[in-house]
Design a protein around this ligand. Sequence first.
Ligand code: GNR
Ligand code: NI
Length: 174
Amino acid sequence: MAIKKIITEPNKILRQKSLTVNKVGIDEQKLMDDMLETMYHANGIGLAAIQIGVPKRIIVMDISKNDEKKNPMYFVNPLIKNKISETSTYEEGCLSVPNFFAEVDRPKKCDVEYLDYNGKKNLIKADGLLATCIQHEMDHLEGILFIDYLSRLKKTMIIKKLSKQKDRPDRIIV
Ligand code: GNR
Ligand code: NI
């Protein structure tokens, strides 16, 4: 397993549409292992492959609480089968938009069909944080970020601040 670098906004890679996976093979399983390790290392609850630069329709998630047993979840080629019109609001963050948080409305519940770590077809009924997170991750597969739902003003401000942060090196060696 390996910890990969998470790509942050602004970066065109994050706007790519990810491609359907033909077969869940050893390469995809290794990718999922690396994604999970990278996500845990960054203290995230979800990660899409494109966030580490791989345009495949693969998501990993773990929404278990800190004091609970780890519960990694893997979603390959996820499809939303059914979402209810009722929405809920959640304060979202994104590892690709570090240190910014904002409220986003999304359908409160959805059914998701996907292939698991072993390539087996599954269906889950998601609600609460699971539904929010899975929809946030599925947006990444389409090149969509949560800041796209904010006002033009807020979005521009966030991107401007993130690009300034990027210009600044982490460490200055004299
Ligand atoms: O770690 C994350 N937390 C989070 C909180 C609220 C809604 C969505 C998320 S996903 C995010 C990790 C991430 O950026 N996944 O793409
Ligand atoms: Ni994200």
